[in-house]
Design a protein around this ligand. Structure first.
Ligand SMILES: Cc1ncc(COP(=O)(O)O)c(C=O)c1O
Length: 472
């Protein structure tokens, strides 16, 4: 027993109960927090009301001040705004500045921030507990909802992130086929999965080079990287091809006609499995995802983002005979303390419930409207950029050298300095884009036509500033 801890004994159970007087979570600044009504645990940053102050303090607690490295402003310069709250198409930082948000949690928030359907579902669900470690009705309903909308997913296993989905899909494919080799495409991103964090990106196939420190050569020894939009030659060592059916991590790049069907045929020829990573495209391109749009049926599909309504989630779905290799039915292990989480499934069900065909039609129209408006606004100011659209997804490619982008080599011709200048100018005009030249632009239900028109207006002013900064 320590000096500052008194131990009381509950006589009915004889369990020692700590009545420690330790301070718990302290306020950021006792006076300022109290004055602003900001509580220490539901902290919205009122006690340290500057992005800089908040970020400096974060950096002392969190490596780089961010919990996902792509949130850092390393490639665009400056420091991130620190978000206090968000609503619909907007986010507001701790300084009280509100931005139109084109990040939308990198695609997880398709209904717009704090959509009433999500907040009501989560608020209703939370009072019944936040995690049980036992099956729940909502996880059954979400799995059913995914299967109904994506017929290739005869069985669905829920988990906690897109990264967990891709790593589980790779393990499952290897377990089912008894083979080790995985084919992936340069410029595709599948999360922080060791076997898929592989160096690549040139126009030729590369095998087994780690893409980051900390990944042992052995983890990627059987991962081959090949150029996107070219069907690779496979042999019978290949367990699976994993592909973003629309690439959305090197800008937004559509599959060329025949590419996805070519992958299907190549896999079938050698008995390999085809994995579609639909973490971004799933329930964003439409309720059937990219596989419905391009009419190609994968063996395994990875989901994340939209299916959690903005809460942490991931899932894999696939043919029943393949999915039943997962434990406890089969030998391929998968487990997770928070898998099928009751709050994430409530939010996910609420999101899918809202996403009717009419909503997808509307989102497509908005993506086209925003892309055309931004393109024209940039052109009018002499800032060279193109804005590819695939269904509801939109990208940006800066600079005159890029041309049409079909693969990572093309994508790398984007002018990163021009993007950084445009990014900073847009932020100054009140529009938040992702701090990286290869990220998608996410249009959601919150982006009404009026919001899009204001973003287009801001684009013209930002393009003028960026062009001036670049001296063009
Ligand atoms: C295509 C794709 N797959 C997988 C992932 C990893 O998902 P998560 O960030 O939920 O782990 C991402 C993340 O952006 C992604 O874009």
């Amino acid at each position: 027993m320590t000096d500052d801890t008194r131990i009381a004994t509950d006589t009915s159970t004889s369990i020692a109960i700590s009545t420690s007087t330790a301070p718990g979570i302290p306020p950021c600044d006792a006076d300022r927090c109290a004055a602003a009504g900001c509580t220490p645990t539901i902290c919205v940053g009122a006690g340290l009301a500057s992005n800089h102050e908040m970020f400096e303090r974060s950096k002392r607690a969190i490596p780089g001040g961010v919990n996902s490295s792509i949130r850092a402003f390393k490639s665009v310069g400056g420091e991130p705004y620190v978000v206090a709250k968000a609503s619909g198409a907007t986010i507001t930082d701790v300084e009280g500045t509100t931005y139109f948000d084109l990040v939308q949690s990198y695609g997880a928030v398709i209904l717009g921030h704090a959509h009433p359907a999500i907040t009501e579902a989560v608020t209703a669900a939370v009072v019944d507990g936040t995690s049980y470690g036992a099956p729940t009705p909502r996880e059954m309903k979400l799995a059913e909802a995914i299967s109904e909308r994506v017929p290739s997913c005869e069985r669905v296993r829920l988990m906690n992130s897109g990264t967990e989905a891709t790593s589980t899909a790779v393990r499952l494919a290897r377990g089912v086929t008894g083979r080790d080799r995985i084919i992936t495409f340069a410029g595709n991103f599948h999360g922080a999965t060791d076997a898929l964090l592989v160096a690549g990106g040139s126009g030729v196939a590369t095998l087994g080079l780690a893409g980051t420190a900390g990944v042992p050569d052995g983890a990627v020894a059987e991962t081959m990287v090949v150029p996107y939009n070219v069907v690779p030659e496979l042999d019978e060592n290949v367990a699976a091809i994993i592909v973003e059916p629309v690439a959305a991590n090197m800008g937004v790049v559509a599959p060329v006609p025949g590419f996805l069907q070519g992958l299907r045929d190549a896999c079938d020829r050698v008995g390999a499995l085809l994995i579609f990573d639909e973490v971004i495209t799933g329930f964003r391109l439409g309720s059937g995802g990219a596989q419905a749009k391009y009419d190609v049926r994968p063996d395994i599909t990875c989901f994340g983002k939209v299916i959690g309504g903005g809460l942490p989630i991931g899932s894999i779905g696939g043919r029943a005979d393949i999915m039943e290799h997962l434990s406890p039915l089969g030998p391929v292990f998968h487990a997770g303390t928070l898998s099928g989480n009751p709050l994430a499934t409530a939010a996910g069900l609420a999101a899918l419930d809202q996403l009717t065909e009419d909503v997808y039609m509307e989102l497509m129209a908005r993506a086209r409207h925003l892309a055309a408006g931004m393109r024209d606004a940039c052109a009018a100011e002499g800032f060279v950029a193109s804005f590819p659209v695939v269904g509801t997804l939109m990208g940006i490619v800066c600079g005159s050298d890029a041309g049409i982008v079909r693969n990572f080599d093309d994508a790398k011709r984007t002018d990163e300095a021009a993007y950084s200048a445009f990014f900073q100018a847009m932020l100054a005009e009140g529009v938040a884009m992702a701090p990286g030249a290869y990220e998608a632009i996410f249009v959601g239900v919150g982006h009404t036509d009026a919001v899009i028109d204001r973003i287009i207006d801001a684009t013209g002013r930002a393009a003028r500033t960026a062009a001036a900064m670049l001296g063009s």
